[in-house]
Design a protein around this ligand. Structure first.
Ligand code: C5P
Length: 219
């Protein structure tokens, strides 16, 4: 039986992970947060003291790092056997991750892991290049967008809820920079696949979006 694949791409703060998690639950699929994998590599590079712009060094680190996403309720992220679920959400990691994610060797290694995940079972996979590159044959490709203001506000609220003291302006600035790097990189840039359904999430509730996607996937 072919395994269902739902690709969910879009810029930061478009609501991908929140929606992907619930859709996966409702359709009994694995949720694969590919951004968490890139974050784990960025985290490891930062904690090893490697300069983030040293491509050779960071690529070497990526090759020697074991990244595991578990499929429990909590969606823990493991890096070389250590639970880094909290650490990978720091501002430092958020600032470094796009640089690390632009390195071909880093992508090559993580895309392999992502495709393996999709072989294990049906998936809702969220990221930037899932529909264009990781799962080009995905059954459903959805590209989520929202206005810059709304995305920044969502991200800011998320950080505030996690107890991080940061201004909305700072979050908006960091986010714009991250999206710019993600869209302008040479390899697998952030963009909708040709056959993706584009959904503007501005002003829509999580429930509305989930319902739309579940309906689309015939759930
Ligand atoms: O999804 P999240 O915001 O956690 O992703 C963090 C970063 O990881 C993105 O800004 C991007 O640089 C990188 N990424 C990527 N390709 C993916 C998923 C994430 O380049 N499929």
């Amino acid at each position: 039986l072919p395994k269902l694949q739902i690709a969910l791409d879009g810029p930061a703060g478009a609501g991908k992970s929140t929606i992907a998690k619930i859709v996966a639950q409702q359709l009994h699929l694995f949720y694969v947060d590919t951004g968490a994998m890139y974050r784990a590599i960025a985290y490891k590079a930062l904690s090893s003291g490697a300069p983030i712009d040293d491509e050779a060094k960071v690529s070497q680190i990526a090759k020697n790092t074991e990244v595991v996403l578990d499929h429990s309720e909590e969606q823990r992220v493991w890096c070389d056997g250590r639970d880094v679920t909290q650490e990978i959400r720091s501002l430092e990691v958020s600032r470094a991750v796009s640089v690390v994610a632009a390195y071909p060797e880093v992508r090559k290694r993580l895309v392999e892991l992502q495709r393996l995940e999709a072989e294990r079972g049906g998936v809702v996979m969220d990221g930037r290049d899932i529909g264009t590159y990781v799962l080009p044959e995905a059954d459903f490709k959805i590209f989520l967008t929202a206005t810059h203001e709304e995305r920044a506000k969502r991200r800011w609220l998320e950080l505030r809820r996690a107890g991080k003291d940061v201004s909305l302006e700072e979050v908006a600035r960091d986010m714009a920079e991250r999206d710019r790097v993600d869209m302008e990189r040479a390899i697998s840039p952030l963009k909708p696949a040709q056959d993706a359904i584009i959904m503007d999430t501005t002003g829509l509730s999580i429930q509305e979006l989930v319902a739309k996607i579940v309906e689309l996937a015939g759930g």
